[in-house]
Write a protein that binds this ligand. Structure first.
Ligand code: ADP
Ligand code: MG
Length: 214
């Protein structure tokens, strides 16, 4: 069997993860995945720009899962999203992509939901948290969320988060993350605020862009 360079099989992923991708019907990488994943899996910071529906979630999800030690019961990855709906979608996709591995716990932290249940989920132990910047900040201020073991920070739909006025919350959250981490920023567009975020919170980020097809 031959492996195309744009097949997931060309990536340094475990046989279990590759088998799960096949089961999900993910055989060929989308263009943004093919551009982002080889760099992300090397541990590089990335600014990835591609339109909606181009498969950005799996690009960062596979990278954060590769950095994760399931036997370590601590939050190792965090994804910031603009809305609860998007956070729920990202959580679902990470769980689907993680199901080949040992029990990986993903907890969603968004506003509009009682804090208590989220706090209880965090107490039970989470490997990955996905949520909106305000609610994540809230849990940090209450001492519910320990980021000492975090190794991957993802800013998803960064342009929308900036549109919604989340710059300060993102900055506060990012400042509480360990300096030795990988930061992945995904966006459909590249407004000025993104350059500012990357300058303040990323280390020599590589930029990958997939232009919309006309
Ligand atoms: P974006 O975040 O760029 O808007 P999503 O990550 O939500 O895009 O992906 C859009 C859709 O494409 C989802 O339904 C997802 O399951 C599917 N998808 C992602 N990557 C692949 C792939 N490599 N092969 C097939 N389907 C994919
Ligand atoms: Mg997305």
């Amino acid at each position: 069997m031959t492996t195309d360079t744009n097949d997931f099989g060309a990536l340094p992923l475990s046989p279990q993860v590759l088998a799960n991708l096949t089961q999900l019907g993910y055989v060929r990488m989308t263009p943004i995945q093919a551009a982002a994943l080889p760099l992300a899996l090397l541990g590089k910071d990335l600014i990835a720009q591609a339109k909606t529906g181009s498969g950005k979630t799996a690009a960062f999800a596979l990278a954060l899962l590769a950095n994760l030690n399931p036997r370590r019961f601590a939050v190792q990855a965090m994804v910031l999203c603009p809305t609860r709906e998007l956070a729920d979608q990202v959580t679902t996709e990470i769980r689907r992509l993680a199901r080949a591995e040992e029990n990986i716990k993903v907890v969603t932290l968004c506003g509009g939901v009682a804090l208590r249940g989220q706090t209880a989920s965090l107490e039970h132990g989470a490997h990955v948290v996905v949520g909106t910047p305000g609610r994540i900040m809230d849990h940090l201020e209450r001492g519910n969320l320990d980021l000492a073991a975090l190794n991957t920070l993802v800013l998803d739909e960064a342009d929308r988060m900036l549109d919604m006025g989340f710059f300060d919350d993102i900055a506060k959250v990012a400042r509480q993350c360990p300096a030795a981490r990988q930061t992945l920023l995904f966006s459909a567009t590249y407004p000025e605020g993104i350059a500012q975020l990357s300058k303040q919170f990323m280390k020599s980020p590589q930029q990958v862009t997939v232009q919309a097809q006309h």
